[in-house]
Design a protein around this ligand. Structure first.
Ligand SMILES: [Zn+2]
Ligand SMILES: [Zn+2]
Length: 267
């Protein structure tokens, strides 16, 4: 079987991905409905009832929208940080009048590795305007996957975590010119562009040109804005930055989509 990654949905209308080894299957974020998660898992050949756990990056709705129903229906443990949990409980209480009735919450701390089945997970802090947002690396069977979306910029600590990954899922949120000239109100544009907002194609290109070690066989561009980006613009920006380093032409660039699951990457 080996290790695989499938991005089920990616973008501001919902995020979910599956990281799996031969014996363990983890849902990373639950930002689309339970029904849609089931549908997309089946589309990539996975049985939702075989999931082992859910891990959450941060409490924004596009990452937790389907969480309560999914966790209850599948009776799954949910892993998140204490601060993310508090913020999530508050928002569920504000929306429904009651706190979420999940009893299978497991806490992790940024910077401390933990294990789910045979997958080792290392959460690390990323700069984003949530309570305690994290990126992850996943290791199993000699394969390392880096997963970082929803961050305003790439601090050196994040670049360090992304060393020697076989697969990278990285945010390529917006094209700066499209965002500046686009329909968002100025305050929203400022938030997206800020150091706790979202990573632009340009900032990701900078990472590729200077800090990236060139190790990944696959690079998945993720969390693309539907208003302020275009898949081909994001792909071109990444290819151009990688193309400057001739040794990196082997890196395959894929695009995660909002509307449908991406075929699984098998390693
Ligand atoms: Zn998001
Ligand atoms: Zn967010």
């Amino acid at each position: 079987m080996g290790v695989s990654l499938a991005v089920l949905a990616s973008g501001s209308r919902g995020n979910a991905a599956i990281v799996e080894s031969s014996s363990t299957r983890i849902l990373v974020d639950a930002g689309i409905s339970c029904r849609e998660t089931f549908k997309r898992m089946k589309a990539v050949g996975d049985d939702p009832h075989s999931l082992t756990a859910i891990v959450i990056t941060h409490e924004h709705a596009d990452h937790v929208y389907g969480l309560l129903v999914l966790a209850r229906k599948l009776n799954l443990p949910v892993f998140m940080t204490g601060a993310t949990h508090q913020a999530w409980v508050r928002s569920v209480r504000d929306a429904t009048g009651e706190p979420p009735d999940t009893d299978r919450i497991e806490f992790f701390s940024s910077g401390r590795s933990f294990q789910i089945g045979d997958i080792e997970i290392r959460p690390f802090t990323i700069p984003h305007d949530a309570a305690d947002p994290v990126g992850f690396t996943f290791r199993a069977e000699g394969v390392k996957i880096g997963f970082v979306t929803n961050l305003g910029y790439m601090p050196p600590s994040v670049c360090d975590h992304l060393c020697s990954c076989d697969v990278l899922v990285l945010e390529s949120n917006h094209d700066l010119e499209m965002l500046r000239g686009g329909p968002y109100p100025w305050s929203v544009k400022q938030r997206v562009m800020s150091r706790v907002g979202h990573l632009s194609n340009e900032k990701l290109a900078q990472f590729f040109a200077s800090d990236y070690d060139g190790n990944a066989s696959y690079i998945v561009l993720a969390h693309l804005s539907e208003q302020n980006n275009h898949p081909e613009i994001a792909r071109c920006a990444a290819e151009k930055a990688l193309g400057r380093r001739r040794t990196l032409l082997q890196n395959r660039i894929l695009l995660a989509k909002q509307a449908e699951a991406m075929p699984a990457i098998r390693l």
